[in-house]
Design a protein around this ligand. Sequence first.
Ligand SMILES: Cc1cc2nc3c(=O)[nH]c(=O)nc-3n(C[C@H](O)[C@H](O)[C@H](O)COP(=O)(O)OP(=O)(O)OC[C@H]3O[C@@H](n4cnc5c(N)ncnc54)[C@H](O)[C@@H]3O)c2cc1C
Ligand SMILES: NC(=O)c1ccc[n+]([C@@H]2O[C@H](COP(=O)([O-])OP(=O)(O)OC[C@H]3O[C@@H](n4cnc5c(N)ncnc54)[C@H](OP(=O)(O)O)[C@@H]3O)[C@@H](O)[C@H]2O)c1
Ligand code: HEM
Length: 475
Amino acid sequence: MTSMSEEVKLECVSLSPVSMATDPEQGPLCIFGTGDLGRSLGQRLLQAGYKVVYGSRRPHSCGPLPAGTQAMSHEAAAKSANLVFICVHREHYDFLERLAPQLVGKVLVDVSNNLKKNIYPEANAEFLQRLVPGAHVVKAFNTLSAWALQNGPSDANRQVYLCGNSVVAKQAVEETATKLGFTVLDRGSLSAARELEDFPLQLFPEWRLPIRLAVGLTAAFFFYLVIRDIIFSYVEQGKDISFRIMVSLANKVFPIVSLILLSLCYLPGVIAAFLQLYRGTKYKRFPDWLDRWMLCRKQLGLLALALASLHVLYTLIIPIRYYVRFRIAAHTISQIKENKTSEFDTTMAWRTDSYYSMGILGYGLYVLLGLSSLPSVSNSLSWREFSFIQSKLGYLTLFFCTFHTYLYGWDKFLRLSAYKWYTPPAYMLSLVVPSVVLVLRLLLFLPCMDRSLIRIRQGWERTDPENDTKKSLLT
Ligand SMILES: Cc1cc2nc3c(=O)[nH]c(=O)nc-3n(C[C@H](O)[C@H](O)[C@H](O)COP(=O)(O)OP(=O)(O)OC[C@H]3O[C@@H](n4cnc5c(N)ncnc54)[C@H](O)[C@@H]3O)c2cc1C
Ligand SMILES: NC(=O)c1ccc[n+]([C@@H]2O[C@H](COP(=O)([O-])OP(=O)(O)OC[C@H]3O[C@@H](n4cnc5c(N)ncnc54)[C@H](OP(=O)(O)O)[C@@H]3O)[C@@H](O)[C@H]2O)c1
Ligand code: HEM
């Protein structure tokens, strides 16, 4: 009871100085530490119209500071401001314990980060709050770099995350950040500090699984194709065609992996649908692996698009390749020499035009999916529109790309000579997952399945008659 009333009293006592803290007309803002971040922050605050004082261990020899700022001892600087940015590494926080009396009622902004996750038992900001219990600690600005602060908000760095236990203190920091041109995202109380401190340590976490998958599949198919195409040719025909690695093999591996990744974007949706049908409810959690898979579909899709784009670029250079031009010239000359002509093959014309056309349509839709996943575009779409593009047009993309590959294979599926060393061509292997996904999706279109799934997704639950009987016996 006493501590609660003390907390309220503290908040009331500090209300007026804290709210004045961010008014450039009022007293200065204080920065402890004259290092990289301290100087960049000071520069930006000055540009926004604030007065800035620095608290430093060596106020007279602390190196060049932004013109118009003043450096003084920590004690003097703390006294002159209500809001203090602690631009010092956590390892050096001990000196703040000594300053605790001067910091009572002040807002302390903890900007610190660590080099690794979980090296300390508590978050830096919570540690600071423990050292200076009379101050209001707010965690903020740690997700920005000194460079971003100096240059002002840029596209990649517009947001300032903050958290803290005092609403008034958070408001004061929020006002300052807004005046510096940043968008503020409040993450709640100081217990969220650890999460904010972990942000800058993350390196594309949601891309890790898709990248590993893409690299793994690329390596596996590359070796498969080297053995089937290059080594086979060398061993069985004595021909060295290793030069084909650069373009021909690349132009097989990239579209093959792209097609598999694309189908892997849609497979979890189908598995989820069958799971919901089996369980008769949508209220049971999916297994963790399915959850994680679903959460990285965007990254899987974008990687697939990048690989498909490489395939399109490689395809564009086919006519200017030396190997292709040589083969065409050699064929033409041999026909002239042998006085031969070849008949126009309408079936071949249909086949090639059809698979090119399917490829182009597939790629067009692929690009549309990619564009709609840009935040600026997806923000302007309703959930229904986004879902229509991603889900309905996404399946159409998968269909076109799969059909493109089937048409490319044409009658080779039935030709024994295509199965070198009894192994199928790589593109045939790449058709397995997309075909399974499309067939399962077709099954879900069956009225009996579709109706049940729609009802389940609208909240309907199938009751378990066995359980019901047991329940009624017990009661
Ligand atoms: C280039 C590219 C970019 C991509 N960008 C993105 C992206 O930005 N974001 C993204 O998420 N994916 C993205 N993807 C992946 C993929 O397109 C989407 O995840 C797509 O929505 C998957 O569709 P789905 O039909 O399999 O599954 P889902 O959309 O998960 O759902 C299947 C169906 O069930 C419905 N449904 C699902 N859950 C519920 C529920 N709880 N209640 C009621 N109805 C429900 C949906 O409306 C949908 O009709 C991208 C893919 C590619 C190739
Ligand atoms: N640099 C960035 O881009 C960046 C981005 C986000 C967050 N941060 C965080 O901001 C804080 C400062 O980073 P920085 O890059 O500015 O570091 P820095 O360049 O090393 O500066 C730290 C400053 O702390 C002061 N200091 C050093 N030892 C001290 C001690 N024993 N006691 C008291 N003060 C001491 C020094 O200032 P005086 O000599 O004036 O006392 C020094 O200039 C860190 O917590 C960091 O995690 C930095
Ligand atoms: C502009 C669009 C496209 C064009 C013009 C095109 C053209 C081609 C061509 C010419 C080939 C034969 C390559 C060769 O002989 O080595 C081919 C093969 C293939 N394409 Fe496409 N394509 C397009 C888009 C796509 C897309 C979007 C995908 C889906 C990922 C795709 C998947 C494949 C696959 C899997 C193969 C078989 C690779 C092999 O093993 O040879 N294509 N395509």
